[in-house]
Design a protein around this ligand. Structure first.
Ligand code: SF4
Length: 338
């Protein structure tokens, strides 16, 4: 008899699976995949090393059987993976997936939104760090205008992908002076905007604490022009702190991994494009499933590896950040999808 919910060493259940379907992206965001490192000749994973849709579906099925109910498709940029809607339909067929969503930069949504919806995708999260075109281009490696992303969001709306959430990473001295405009726009449009504290993900984004705008300050800036009040999380392990507008005009979220860590209820596992599972965004290493799977392991054998990996999990990087944090090389975010 399979246990419904698997618990880690801190008794945290496995509830969310983030599936990175590719390590490639059509943007070059400075805090994730800076262009000076990921240039024209950068060697991404060869196709043979990337999981097939059948392999992703098989592993997702096993992890859902162990308790994951929410599946988020990420990358790199998931829409650069060809025929991604085929995978959406395969995952939609898995019993136990209560919530199937995707995080995208929306650039390819005009072409894909309807097909994703028809395949069973329910909702979508779009990364948009600023409405100021010059600021946005500076942050995405000059790979897209704001308008292209807005066109993608409009396509998602037309296709009926709802609700639409917007994620914005806030960096001091880069886009923090544009967050009020972004909040006003999202409020008018009825989108749930979540501000993300700039994080020391991976090893290459040159992160400094000085560049972090704490969630508290972000709230103060918005509240000064559009009064806010704190409200409850939707569920215990939800990453965002929620604030709603006092005039009833919607809400914003704050993902405060640096100043208000939420490791205590973290229920997220990540599956990388090459088939390794990671138990933390800031992990240094993952556990390979592709090797055993391609070597003929049964579902039960793969399940045992997942059980053991989660069962032994003691991750709480954000809670112990600062001096205590082991400087071991962390996995890059584009590899396991935020
Ligand atoms: S730092 Fe790791 S353990 Fe903490 S919330 Fe993030 S992913 Fe979870």
């Amino acid at each position: 008899m399979i246990e419904s919910t698997l618990r880690d060493a801190f008794h945290r259940p496995l509830r969310d699976l983030r599936v990175s379907v590719t390590d490639r992206c059509n943007f070059r965001c400075t805090y994730c995949m800076p262009a000076e490192i990921f240039g024209e000749n950068y060697k991404f994973l060869p196709k043979t090393e990337v999981l097939s849709f059948e392999e992703i579906t098989r592993l997702t099925n096993i992890i859902v059987r162990l308790g994951a109910v929410k599946v988020r498709l990420t990358g790199g940029e998931p829409l650069v993976r060809e025929e991604i809607e085929t995978l959406v339909a395969m995952l939609r067929g898995i019993d136990g997936v209560d919530d199937l969503t995707m995080t995208t930069n929306a650039y390819l949504l005009p072409k894909k939104a309807q097909a994703l919806k028809d395949a069973g995708l329910e909702r979508i999260t779009v990364s948009l760090d600023s409405l100021d075109d010059a600021v946005f281009r500076k942050m995405n490696g000059n790979r897209s205008s704001v308008q292209k992303v807005l066109d993608g969001i409009t396509a998602a709306e037309k296709a009926g992908l709802q609700p639409i959430k917007i994620n914005a990473v806030v960096q001091r001295g880069v886009n923090d002076n544009t967050i009020v405009d972004l909040a006003r726009w999202a409020k008018d449009k009825g989108y749930i905007l979540r501000f993300i504290e700039y994080m020391d993900v991976g090893n290459i984004n040159g992160w400094r604490m000085d560049d972090v705008v704490p969630a508290k300050e972000i709230v103060e800036r918005i509240d000064a022009v559009m009064p806010l009040e704190a409200t409850e999380r939707n569920y215990k392990s939800e990453v965002a702190l929620r604030y709603r507008y006092q005039d009833g005009g919607g809400e914003i979220g704050l993902i405060a991994s640096v100043t208000m860590p939420f490791c205590g209820a973290c229920s997220r596992m990540r599956l990388s494009a090459e088939g390794a599972i990671y138990t933390c965004l800031f992990a240094s290493e993952g556990t390979d499933l592709r090797g055993p799977m391609r070597a003929g392991a049964s579902d039960n054998e793969l399940e045992q590896i997942v059980r053991q990996t989660w069962g032994n999990r003691v991750d709480r990087y954000s809670e112990i950040r600062s001096g205590q944090t082991d400087p071991a090389r962390k996995v890059e975010m584009y590899h396991i999808g935020g």
